[in-house]
Design a protein around this ligand. Sequence first.
Ligand code: HEC
Length: 168
Amino acid sequence: MRNATATVSALLLLATSCARTSNDVSPGDTAHGRAKAPDLGEVMVQVGRRFEIAGRAAVANRFDLAAFEAAELGELFEDDVPSAELPKEGPTSHIHGMADAFLKTNVPDLKRAASMKDPAAFRSAFERCAQACNGCHQVSAKGFIQVPTVPGNAVPVLDPMIDPGKAP
Ligand code: HEC
């Protein structure tokens, strides 16, 4: 019985000290107390999803949704891409400049086209965006991450390749 009481108080002590340690760290912080920026790859997963939904929304004539996704895409490029951890493999020195150009030219272009609610205007803005996405992927030695140039398709492209040995 005395043993059991000792175990319980030891456990309580442990629980309290754990609680105290985790209280010292705010949400989003690492154990070292500094928030770690997300990897560019994680931000890109969100970029891909937003771009895919923008395209599918426009195909479905849901232009308000397309405009919303285009604006969210802009926020990712404005708030998250500049501070993201860059990939450890492949060239990276072009990334900030190209991302900034994408934010200043392609994002407003896509937003404008969505707000016009004009399918043809949207298709061409979407195509220009996808070319910019693919341009950066190619320079980053990530050309295998292909962004479709036509709205309504999955991002990235997952259609079967005819010749698996051939680069895109
Ligand atoms: C300024 C350069 C740049 C631009 C512009 C860019 N990307 Fe990327 N993207 C990258 C890099 C670099 C990676 C690889 C990240 C890594 O190695 O983790 C990547 C990865 C991705 C991935 C794969 C994510 C994963 O880990 O599964 C997707 C999807 C993607 N990008 C979509 C897009 C789309 C859609 C656009 C345009 C709307 C776009 N990207 C524009 C640089 C860019």
